[in-house]
Design a protein. Structure first.
Length: 310
């Protein structure tokens, strides 16, 4: 149970999200590391809530496996608890299912469910986005939780070892690098929204830069992003040697885990609030009138994509 009145809400609207971490789980199993995948699970749900302006309230998880290995499960749940601490929400329950007829051996799957709330008059809808607005990008911590089927295929084709040195870093192992947990943007984005000037937010997950931002843009507008506005992190620079630039932008976050559309007159103040809370903020684009008729590619144009060609 959760008491909304006790949490201080006057006229709340509930916002819910459910998600998983995809085939990043296979990397965790192959590397034998399960301590951060729970953070990813919370992040994928909580970051989806905050784009509506909602504060995550509580979280539940579902852990299914063929044969329960207590040590691995405990590490996963500890990661979920840490993710909830970062997101400022309560872990109030969950389910563990042992199904040897469905899962092989110690393989496991995860799903997360989050519920948040926002005051009715503070819902972020993107309806006010207009030509001339600026797009700010918040740096990602790495791949986050998308594109791992492609990454795993590359690892296999290139004969790489998850226990070996990553081709894009001087220290650590490939498994550790690929399992860097998804950044949770809840606290910083809520602070930015509360300060005013934020018109829309887009969590950059599956579909990358091209397919996520259009969800928050009104008809008749498009976002123009410039790749010169932010550095391409090493893991994506490595991927750029094997993946075409347009596929990179359609599959991965490319170094930007969250995009904010902001009033240009308040962009400096929004940037300062985000930076005060630990975010690395880049001014990555602007909103223009849309020329093309329809479709995600009409709503987002990325300039200088060839900059990523290797």
């Amino acid at each position: 149970m959760f008491d909304l009145k006790a949490a201080g809400f006057r006229d709340p609207v509930l916002v819910a999200a459910t998600d998983g971490v995809g085939t990043k789980l296979k990397v965790a199993m192959a590397a034998g590391r399960h301590d951060s995948i729970g953070i990813d699970l919370v992040a994928m749900c909580a970051n989806d809530l905050v784009v509506q302006g909602a504060e995550p309230l509580f979280f539940l998880d579902y852990y299914a496996t063929g044969r329960l290995r207590v040590e691995a499960a405990a590490a996963v749940v500890a990661g979920i608890a840490e993710g909830c601490r970062q997101a400022g929400c309560a872990l109030i329950g969950g389910e563990t299912a042992e199904m040897p007829g469905l899962y092989r051996g110690e393989d496991y799957d995860l799903a997360g469910f989050a519920v948040g709330a926002v005051e009715r008059d503070r819902i972020v809808t993107g309806a006010g986005v207009a030509q001339g607005d600026l797009v700010l990008g918040l740096a990602s911590s790495g791949l986050h939780s998308n594109g791992y089927s492609l990454v795993r295929r590359l690892v296999e084709e290139l004969g790489l070892d998850y226990g070996g040195r990553p081709p894009f870093a001087a220290t650590g192992t490939l498994g550790e690098a690929l399992l860097t947990p998804t950044r949770i943007y809840v606290r910083s984005c809520l602070a930015a929204i509360a300060g005013g000037g934020v018109k829309a937010l887009a969590h950059i997950t599956g579909g990358g830069l091209i397919e996520n931002l259009p969800r928050v843009l009104p008809t008749g507008t498009r976002a123009v992003l410039d790749t010169g506005g932010w550095p391409l992190p090493p893991v994506f620079d490595w991927l750029a040697g094997h993946v075409a630039p347009d596929e990179l932008a359609r599959t991965f976050n490319c170094g930007l885990g969250m995009l904010l559309v902001v009033d240009p007159a308040r962009a400096g103040a929004v940037t300062a609030r985000l930076a005060e809370r630990g975010e690395t903020v880049h001014r990555v684009g602007r909103i223009e009138g849309r020329i093309e008729a329809s479709g995600p590619s009409a709503a987002v144009a990325i300039q200088d994509l060839d900059r990523w060609r290797r």
